[in-house]
Design a protein around this ligand. Structure first.
Ligand code: BV8
Length: 229
């Protein structure tokens, strides 16, 4: 069995399945968010421009739901590895902040965060954990926008660049709980092996990334991660 402590540079690449056992819904598959809501209506710039209040109502529900969930032992284990090993980093597609709540600090949030708001006309971003939100509008009178990368949005170049560098220079990539269908995030995982990493996948099911992995461990995040200790 692969042991994290046998490697110096390790990246945990996580998706919604990492938080599934906390009670945060995944996007695809049974009970997935996109099976209940059309992202075209609630999670894209056009929807936000068309009806910001409807988009905020959707994201306020998700903030409240995530705030009511707790990180699981897999989150805390990754944070422990990060404390003990300076070469450990997290690259996540998740926006729920669960890794940070478990204590992770070296993290790249490819798709933004439910817990950050931004005002594009004023060029400001702020952390906000109010549930419910006190103000939907910035002082300039415009609506705050969730600082989330929606479909059709470009990822932040600095975040994507740092995540790509971490994955291209790591010795072990542990992919946890992602279907691997969303790009360019999935591309980072696909190319890891070509840059010399041993690639391990943790997922109850085979995914679009399985063929790019050296080892696929079938099971849940909280069940399998402790086996890598
Ligand atoms: C962009 C916002 C430039 C947050 C999301 C090629 C290159 C570049 C772009 C594209 C391309 N091809 C297509 C595109 C366009 C698009 C895309 O990828 N579409 C896909 C669907 C084909 N990409 C974009 O638009 C990106 N922008 O590239 O800009 C551009 C622009 C226009 C045109 C071209 C280029 C932006 C992508 C970000 C989209 N934002 N959501 C939010 O609202 O929540 S997508 C959404 O999917 C989330 O961000 C999520 O993080 C992401 C990935 O999903 P997963 O995390 O994998 O979750 P999923 O439910 O799918 O899977 C869960 C997995 O967990 C399953 O495998 C399951 O088995 C497993 N699991 C379940 N339980 C457990 C478990 N595992 C372990 N333990 C368990 N207990």
């Amino acid at each position: 069995m692969v042991k994290v402590s046998n490697f110096n540079k390790v990246v945990f690449f996580t998706g919604a399945g990492m938080s599934a056992e906390c009670g945060v819904p995944t996007y695809r598959g049974q009970g997935g968010l996109w099976g209940q809501y059309r992202h075209e209506d609630y999670a894209c710039q056009e929807a936000f421009d068309r009806d910001p209040e409807a988009v905020w109502e959707f994201h306020e529900r998700r903030r409240a739901q995530a705030a009511g969930c707790q990180p699981h032992r897999g989150h805390f284990l990754i944070a422990e590895w990060e404390r003990e090993m300076p070469g450990v980093q997290v690259v996540t597609q998740n926006i729920d902040g669960m890794h940070q709540r478990a204590g992770v600090t070296r993290i790249h949030e490819l798709h933004g965060s439910l817990w950050r708001l931004r005002c594009d006309p004023c060029g400001i971003v702020e952390e906000n954990h109010e549930v419910p939100l006190g103000h939907l509008r910035h002082a300039c009178g415009g609506f705050w926008r969730p600082d989330i990368v929606w479909f059709g949005d470009c990822l932040r170049r600095d975040v994507l660049g740092d995540a790509r560098h971490a994955i291209r220079t790591c010795e072990l990539l542990v992919i946890v709980g992602t279907s691997g269908v969303v790009y360019p995030a999935a591309q980072l995982a696909v190319e890891a092996r070509a840059f010399g990493a041993l690639v391990v996948e943790i997922n109850p099911e085979a995914t679009h990334l399985t063929a790019s992995c050296d080892v696929s461990l079938r099971g849940s995040a909280s069940e399998i991660l402790p086996q890598l200790a």
